[in-house]
Write a new protein. Sequence first.
Length: 194
Amino acid sequence: MLAFFVLLLAIFSRFLPHLVHATAWNFTAIGGGLLFFGSRMGSSESSGFTRGAAVKLASAIAALMATDYILTVYFYQYPFHVSGYVVTWLWYGAVCLIGMGLLQKPGILRVGAGVLASATSFFLLSNFMVWAGSGIVMYPRTLAGLTACYTAAIPFYRNDLVSTAITAGALFALPVLSAKIAESMHAASNQPLA
């Protein structure tokens, strides 16, 4: 249940900049939210990829597909072409699977690796698709065009990396922190008064 709540907050984070007229932020909870959602899909160690995990993954991707459609058609006011989103939808699933595999037992290094893998893979894939699909209009299909496309996207990558790190850091650290606080409060309440 918590995983779906986090997914809904991540989806809301995509609409929030449009609702407050600050679309230049490129600061969403999608990467961190998907890593957390994936970590809660089920165990990938003993039982493999279960039917329950497949249903959760499919429902998350379906919700994000609907989000992409709504944002594209109603907020950006562009025509919606499924072919323009297939790589993004595959990326959503891959990030969930990274969370499922890497973050079943989260630690600082694992969360950091998940954050880096999530943000960097999106940067590389999405900008390659922009370059490959843009023709000569935006970026010529040359090495210089590809370099220009990636260079122009660096500020977006930075913001995505920071937002993913903040989101994943909070989602994975807060339960640990609250358990430590509860443990210390329990230990303090069991101490005899002097």
